[in-house]
Design a protein around this ligand. Structure first.
Ligand SMILES: NC(=O)C1=CN([C@@H]2O[C@H](COP(=O)(O)OP(=O)(O)OC[C@H]3O[C@@H](n4cnc5c(N)ncnc54)[C@H](O)[C@@H]3O)[C@@H](O)[C@H]2O)[C@@H](O)CC1
Ligand SMILES: [K+]
Length: 514
């Protein structure tokens, strides 16, 4: 069974500060948290040093408690075998609180960072800035980070970041001016959104989440609403077929096909819906494309459905409980009419996934789509990529550096505005619900950037919705399965391979028969 290496909740910097203060209020000292945090950093450093047979460590300390972690890690790491140097951005007499206490407990020399040399260093610990980063990095700190990144690239040696790579905003993943490129990042208690959102994620390298004595029960007070999109979040609600079940219990999904020269996208989606576990999948095909579609299908059923009227007639069957449309449909009024048919009020609950052309067809009038979603007979999932997202929700200009708005918050706002589950695609796919809950995908594969990959994702989600999975979980699980299949298949992947690899993903997720 696949294990998620991280706890499921994701915190903002403010929520993490609250977790700290609730813990301190329970009687745990800030210094004890710092000692444990530094111990986790020292352990990670030791692992790197063992692998590289390195012995010389340089710890770069900043002005706050992140720097404090650095001083403690330096003290814990130093041994007859391991030589540790400390360089600080700030003179010791300008430090306060736990950081000052940590610096005072370090009895070795402290160099100014301006003149600190990387010559002969095997490993650098970046303890410059963590959760307290509050503005763009400039001046001597920026020059130091540039020098560090250059040294890392040229020497091939490793960098471990404490809490976040300095310069990465822990909540948004944005680079504030310049940011450390790390091989590993050791964070504490829970991941922060900036660890998973781009570009922060790329700066983090491998992420370690260490226990430092903060109890999980503080989360009751904090009530986080962002989660790691990995099996830990949705495994319990994964629909599994039952021995006494039959195909109708597993739901019936419909996918609308485009015209004769645009049929492939819908077939990819339909195939993926079946592989995602829907009991039955029907491809709704315009009459002019029937021969082409029928000749290319086996387990997917086919029904003639011309335009919106044809779709309405098909959906009169109450057993069709999930419908997907968009891939290959074309942008324009005909597609808008089909979306209206799919979202038309009905007595049976029917989920709907809208992708690609079904979204772009509403680019000049998104309000009318929000109206349809509000009246729809069941949950609606929108799956825009960055371009479609900008067309539907406004191309929000890159935010000013003072207040970066993350992909996570943009997806959340979009879900609130549209009333739908919004799956904002990318290597850091975010899925957000109108009630504020959101997930960030942890599984990623560069091989997913291939034609038809999005059509497959649409189908997987439709297949999971057909089986009755709650929509935020269905969209999240769909995105994860899609990325996991691509990661398993790897080099040479084309969209057809994603559905073909889903059985392997299912095997990883389901308990072995006993
Ligand atoms: N009790 C706690 O709160 C714990 C905190 N821990 C560590 O403490 C860190 C947070 O500590 P702090 O809140 O002191 O914050 P930081 O140490 O991340 O940074 C705050 C300091 O950096 C300065 N600063 C912010 N942005 C700057 C910029 N762009 N250029 C130059 N200076 C800048 C601030 O003025 C302040 O002096 C965490 O990241 C973690 O490493 C850990 O020790 C675990 C326990
Ligand atoms: K750091």
């Amino acid at each position: 069974m696949i294990q998620t290496p991280y706890p499921v909740e994701i915190l903002t910097a403010a929520q993490m500060a609250r977790a700290d203060s609730l813990t301190i209020a329970e009687g745990v000292s800030g210094m004890s948290l710092m000692e444990k945090a530094a111990d986790a950093v020292a352990r990670a450093a030791n692992q790197f040093l063992q692998k590289s047979s390195g012995r010389r460590v340089l710890v770069l300390c900043g002005p706050g408690n992140n720097g404090g972690d650095g001083y403690v890690a330096a003290r814990l790491l130093r041994s007859p075998r391991i030589k540790v140097r400390v360089a600080s951005l700030t003179p010791r007499d300008e430090l306060h609180g736990d950081a000052l206490a940590a610096a005072s407990a370090w009895d070795g020399p402290v160099e100014p960072t301006e003149t600190a040399s990387f010559q002969g260093v095997d490993l650098v610990i970046d303890a410059l800035f963590g959760a307290g980063l509050s503005r763009d990095i400039q001046g001597p700190a920026a020059e130091l980070i540039q020098r560090l990144n250059k040294w890392r690239r040229e020497s091939g040696q490793n960098v471990i970041a404490v809490d976040t790579p300095s310069g990465v905003d822990g909540s948004t993943g944005a680079v504030r001016g310049v940011a450390v490129e790390a091989d590993a990042t050791v964070t504490f208690f829970r991941l922060k959104s900036g660890h998973l959102l781009l570009p922060g994620r790329v700066h983090c390298g491998q992420i370690v989440c260490a226990h430092i004595g903060i109890r999980s029960r503080v989360l009751k007070d904090i009530a986080p609403n962002t989660f790691v999109n990995a099996p830990g979040y949705w495994l319990d609600s994964l629909p599994l077929p039952r021995i006494e079940g039959h195909k109708y219990v597993r739901g019936h999904a419909a996918v609308m096909s485009g015209g004769p020269s645009h049929t492939g996208a819908a077939r990819l989606a339909a195939q993926a819906a079946l592989r995602a576990g829907a009991g039955l999948v029907t491809l709704a095909s315009p009459s002019a494309a029937m021969a082409i579609n029928a000749g290319a299908l086996t387990s997917v059923m086919i029904r003639e459905a011309d335009g919106a009227a044809g779709l309405t007639a098909l959906l009169a069957d109450p057993r069709l409980n999930a419908v997907a449309l968009g891939p290959g449909l074309g942008v324009g009024p005909a597609t808008r009419a089909q979306v209206e048919a799919a979202l038309a009020p009905a007595t049976n609950k029917r989920s709907c996934v809208l992708d690609a052309d079904a979204l772009t067809s509403f680019q000049h009038d998104p309000q009318s789509l929000w109206g349809l979603i509000g009246a729809a007979p069941g949950p609606v999932v929108l799956t825009p990529h960055a371009g479609e997202f900008a067309r539907l929700f406004g191309a929000k200009e890159e935010p000013p550096a003072e207040a970066p708005v993350s992909k996570l918050e943009r997806a959340r706002a979009a879900a609130r505005e549209s009333g739908a589950i919004v799956l904002y695609k990318g290597p850091d796919t975010v899925v957000a619900a109108p009630d504020g809950r959101a997930t960030i995908l942890i599984e990623a594969s560069p091989w997913l950037a291939t034609a038809g990959s999005g059509d497959t994702l649409t189908g997987i989600i439709a297949g999971l919705l057909a089986q009755g999975m709650e929509p935020l979980t269905a969209a999240s699980c769909g995105a994860w399965m899609h990325a996991r299949a691509a990661a398993i298949f790897g080099p040479g992947l084309i969209a057809d391979d994603i559905a073909a690899t889903l059985p392997q993903v299912w095997r990883e997720l389901t308990p072995a028969p006993t």
